[in-house]
Design a protein around this ligand. Structure first.
Ligand SMILES: [Zn+2]
Length: 393
């Protein structure tokens, strides 16, 4: 039996960037409530894991001492700014306790790794995690401490893991993570996202493929606004499994942001829960057949329509566990969304399939995506790193 840890603390709700901010507790509590309503935590193959705060030493695996000091200071005061460090902006406001709640998120990722590595569970899903935009000395894009980079450094340092595969399917490019390992070949980073020509963070085009020892180990696959499920799968399958198999990772970290969903308020893609079920199933399968032998850490990432986030994360969770997805949303969850937040939740868990012929400019989207993919393939061919990957030749 494959066992999955779901990492959750009620203290995650203190990561509150403001009631009017896209990153507010309801986009977290509504998905958690859906899992509770469906009694996911009572199943034998699911374990609830309570995280502990990461230590300063853990945070310093990536961030600078100066940044940690400023974070602690502003967190204690609970207001103010220091724009040199990206703190106090609209995206990353200063709030009381931001150091503690960010440390708990990092701790969640580290706890997942420890439990996987000691054989307690096979895979872990930290619902609040995947804060992929934070840099070593700068907060950005709702992220203060980069739990992804710290988790990967922790895998390398504590467990001597030599090959980590990082997959990022958030609608925004995983800039902070790919940048951190841009000159290293011990981490293969694959980010599939809406083209940065149209959305934050402005980097992540197909010709950004790493440098020095890391040349060929950063893969950015941009998608044109409007991209739908089948087109996404076509892009994914035409390159990713081939490189994945050749790299043969020892551990896989997946930032599985829900903001590519067609009802998200920030992204512009046309993805449905069907795509996320597919990704859950496929990424878990690729992880099992590689040297990683099923060792998979998922980090929730973005997603700013609470109803979409809940159903997308559930679809992913069902995909990686093989538990079948229910058809109908539970009525007590629908009531919870309405009475607590005045949100009308979808009655069906799964979205209907979107007919591409009804998408405006579907031909243009298809052609643009082909071009993005071809640029990436050409760049990778030149590096001669992936010699066995038939998809490149
Ligand atoms: Zn995002």
């Amino acid at each position: 039996m494959i066992t999955t840890g779901i990492i959750w603390s009620d203290q995650y709700l203190t990561y509150n960037l403001g009631e009017g901010h896209p990153m507010n507790p309801k986009r977290l509590l509504i998905p958690f409530q859906l899992l509770k309503s469906l009694k996911i935590f009572g199943r034998p193959e699911i374990k609830h894991i309570e995280p502990q705060k990461a230590s300063d030493d853990d945070i310093l695996l990536f961030h600078t001492p100066k940044y940690l000091e400023i974070m602690k200071e502003l967190s204690r005061i609970g207001k103010g700014y220091d724009f040199r460090y990206g703190l106090g902006t609209g995206d990353c406001p200063v709030f009381h306790g931001m150091h503690e709640s960010s440390s708990l998120i990092v701790g969640g990722a580290l706890e997942g790794i420890k439990r996987i590595m000691n054989g307690d569970i096979n895979q872990a899903f930290s619902l609040l995690g995947g804060l992929h935009h934070a840099f070593a000395e700068k907060a950005a894009g709702f992220c203060y401490y980069n739990d992804v980079v710290i988790a990967i450094r922790f895998l390398q340092k504590k467990y001597n893991i030599k090959k980590v595969l990082y997959v990022d399917t958030d609608v925004h490019a995983g800039d902070g993570v790919l940048d951190a390992f841009y000159a290293e070949n011990s981490v293969l980073g694959i980010s599939i996202h809406e083209s940065p020509q149209f959305i934050f963070p402005g980097t992540g085009l197909s010709d950004e493929i790493g440098e020095k020892n890391g040349l060929g180990y950063s893969l950015n696959l941009p998608l044109y606004p409007g991209t739908w499920d089948d087109n996404y799968i076509e892009m994914f399958e035409s390159l990713i499994p081939c490189i994945w198999e050749e790299y043969d990772p020892e551990f896989v970290v997946w930032q599985c942001g829900a903001d590519g969903h067609f009802r998200d308020v920030l992204g512009h893609l046309n993805l449905t829960t069907n795509l996320y079920s597919y990704l859950g199933m496929r990424i878990s399968e690729l992880t099992r057949i590689s040297n990683a032998d099923g060792k998979l850490l998922l980090l929730g990432g973005g997603g700013y329509n609470p109803d979409s986030v809940a159903r997308v994360w559930l679809a992913i969770l069902m995909g990686i566990t093989g538990i079948s997805l229910p058809d109908e949303s539970p009525s007590d969850w629908i009531d919870f969304c309405r009475t607590k937040y005045n949100i009308v939740a979808n009655k069906q868990i799964n979205d209907p399939k979107i007919d591409p012929y009804k998408i405006e400019n579907y031909k243009l989207i298809h052609t643009a995506n082909e071009q993005y993919l071809n640029v990436l393939k050409e760049e990778l061919r030149e590096t001669q790193v992936w010699k066995k990957c038939k998809a490149l030749f």
